[in-house]
Design a protein around this ligand. Structure first.
Ligand SMILES: [Zn+2]
Length: 497
């Protein structure tokens, strides 16, 4: 059965691959062709993970995504990209390593340099890269959060323009992460203007997904309105029990903009929990100047008190909904898998003090899982016609969020087949043709004549994720073949069992 990426109902058919491309429909099978019998299976375009943080791991030949049927990844999301490195390379790495799971040896001066590294590494997936606003800002100004002088603004515009011209797919912001969170609206307007001029896409991790979700969406739609850039709202959700009613209004705001002609869509991962760095709990001014500056503030009783008050006032989650997923040290390894509420009780401390002490002991390198949203809202968001489905997965030195290992089989198995949230053809569209269109990927995403033969074949009866919150590093089941440019990449593993 073919799910061709368009969302049209499944239909019977054959796919012919010639020289790495999808061949002419209905053509005779060439003599000597290798036949793959896909009886009972679904044949789909290779999946596109349009929101990935594997900027470094795509260079390492890691197979976690391939095993899920992913053949293309869009990296550089949420303001984090591995270039431009500029004059503040150490600060760039300190900024991004919590998301990149990187060491000290990475960083490229330009988009071109990063693309050359990808070619050299023979990455398994096709990689499309967004220019991260946080990385760009650090390249010109270091880790500072105030308004930048005109010369640095102009330098950012020029560097962004160059990266897009060199083949970057678009631009991303992470407006909850210092130092990008310090950017005034005018700065974003100028940078989105550069994106619009080159017809690329702007993706945003907005300023807020909790109490101020609706204002955050307004700001992004206004940016798209003023500059004419194409807008992709990243991992849309309403965070926290008190904000669940905002979800329906958020969708209405986006629909309303779409109807009046704003080129807007959004993406969602198929889990109620999110995952990020623990410094996200803090008011971001506390991070200005980097980790040493933060630790200095936490060591000062007055400043620590102020950070605590602001953190608690801004939190939409309960302490029982926040769980440690990774720490750097052996000494704190036993905190992994525990909630901040549990750790407070165990240590006889307020949870806020657990946060501050862990950040101090780990020099800021702590990751958390956050149980953010209701199933009802998740289902509504995933099913929305403007929604792309993504992993937002990233590696950690601990337990990653299961989405890293399971997103696409989770969607096709648990959510489509077992729970009936949407049809297979709709799900496939949201991870193939639709993201290809949004991100300007012109030669992939559909089973159509002349398209690159990136093809994923799965068994709709057995596909499932085995990754759980407790034990995430589990390969999925039911992905039968993955072809990249017509070449089978998975068969050997399957023969091995
Ligand atoms: Zn994000």
């Amino acid at each position: 059965m073919l799910a061709d990426g368009s969302g049209e109902p499944l239909r019977r058919g054959d796919v012919v691959v010639v020289d790495g491309l999808i061949g002419i429909w209905g053509a005779e099978v060439p003599a000597g062709a290798e036949i793959f019998d896909c009886s009972g299976l679904v044949v789909a375009p290779g999946f596109i993970d349009a929101h990935s943080h594997s900027d470094l791991q795509v260079l390492e030949g890691r197979r976690e995504k391939l095993l899920q049927g992913v053949t293309s990844e869009v990296v550089g999301n949420c303001g984090f990209s591995a270039y431009p490195q500029g004059a503040h390379a150490g600060e760039l790495r300190a900024f991004a390593n919590g998301i990149f799971c990187g060491g000290q040896g990475w960083g490229w001066d330009s988009a071109e340099g990063y693309f050359a590294a990808l070619r050299g590494a023979k990455a398994l997936a096709s990689v499309y890269s967004l220019v991260g606003h946080g990385s760009l800002r650090i390249a010109v100004a270091g880790n500072r959060m105030d308004e930048l002088p005109e010369a640095q603004m102009a330098a950012m515009e020029a560097m962004l323009g160059d990266a897009l011209a060199q083949g970057a797919t678009g631009f991303s912001t992470g407006l909850m992460y210092a130092p990008g969170s310090g950017a005034p609206r005018g700065e974003l307007e100028r940078l989105c203007g550069v994106v619009a001029k080159q017809g690329k896409i702007y993706c945003t991790h907005m300023r807020d997904y909790g109490y101020h979700l609706l204002e955050a969406i307004d700001e992004q739609i206004a940016l798209a309105d003023v500059t004419g850039c194409r807008l992709q709202i990243s991992h849309l959700q309403a965070v926290g029990r008190p904000n669940r009613d905002l979800n329906a209004r958020a969708l209405e705001q986006i629909e309303e903009a779409h109807v009046r002609g704003v080129d807007v869509a959004f993406d969602c991962y198929p889990y109620i929990a999110g995952s990020t760095v623990m410094t996200q709990l803090l008011p971001q001014w506390a991070l200005e100047g980097g980790i040493d500056a933060l630790l200095g503030r936490l060591a000062n009783a007055v400043e620590r008190g102020r950070i605590s008050t602001e953190m608690i006032a801004g939190m939409a989650n309960g302490w029982d909904e926040l769980l440690i997923s990774a720490v750097g040290s052996e000494a704190n390894a036993s905190t992994v898998g525990r909630t901040l509420e549990e750790l407070g009780a165990l240590r006889g401390q307020e949870p806020a003090d657990v946060v501050f002490d862990l950040l101090t002991e780990e020099r800021g390198q702590v990751n958390v899982l956050e149980f953010n949203q209701s199933e009802e809202n998740l289902r509504r968001n995933l099913n929305h016609p403007l929604a792309i489905i993504i992993s937002d997965g990233f590696y950690v030195k601990g337990r990653p969020h299961p989405r890293l290992h399971g997103t696409f089989p989770e969607l096709l198995g648990n959510l489509c087949r077992d729970r009936g949230w949407m049809t297979v053809e709709t799900a496939v569209r949201k991870i193939t043709g639709f993201p290809a269109e949004r991100f300007g990927i012109k030669d992939r995403g559909y089973l159509r004549e002349g398209y690159v033969a990136d093809i994923t074949v799965f068994d709709p009866r057995t596909i499932r994720s085995r990754a759980t919150y407790e034990d995430p590093a589990q390969a999925p089941e039911g992905v039968r073949w993955v072809f990249k440019g017509g070449r089978s990449l998975l068969a050997a593993d399957l023969r091995a069992g």
